[in-house]
Design a protein. Structure first.
Length: 163
């Protein structure tokens, strides 16, 4: 099993959105028996909570299923994960600092690095939490734009992983 974990700050907005969207892409590619997708937050403020209602609304309107409970990312998880996807540069920095080994730090990547239209200055998925519904819709657009490239990378890794 190839394991991917999306990480944002509180695990109620960006990372559960990315988890739902990417899980749908994995299922559509018929890789769901080979790829496990989940999410977490760098902090534990919302542990046990469901996704933000605005996240749920935007996902449902776009046809994505979600069943989410927030949790905090743990250092020990690096051992079982193959890829850790950070939603912004702050998460990337925090996760790489948390990694127990250089090999684990190398597992951490920015989501938008998989979007060929994203420039170097557009590396982050902005946090929509303190804004309007428009920010959540933008978040979904950015996640969807990066998902095909991420799926291609995961598909290649799964081939290597299973041979």
């Amino acid at each position: 099993m190839y394991r991917v974990c999306f990480v944002c700050t509180g695990n109620i907005c960006r990372s559960p959105m990315a988890e739902s969207v990417f899980r749908a892409h994995v299922a559509e590619a018929r890789l769901d028996a080979l790829v496990e997708v989940d999410s977490a937050g760098t902090g534990g403020w919302h542990e046990g909570d469901g996704a933000d209602p605005r996240t749920v609304s935007v996902l449902e309107a776009a046809g994505y299923a979600q069943d989410h409970r927030a949790r905090q990312f743990r250092r020990s998880w690096f051992a079982r994960l193959d890829l850790v996807i950070a939603l912004d540069a702050g998460h990337l920095r925090d996760l790489r600092a948390l990694a127990p080994t250089p090999e684990d730090a190398a597992k951490v990547r920015l989501l938008r690095s998989y979007d060929p239209t994203a420039g170097a200055t557009e590396a982050d998925v902005p946090d929509p939490y303190y804004g309007s519904l428009d920010g959540f819709e933008e978040c979904l657009e950015l996640v969807e734009a990066a998902s095909p490239g991420l799926l291609d990378a995961v598909r290649e890794a799964v081939k290597e992983h299973t041979t």
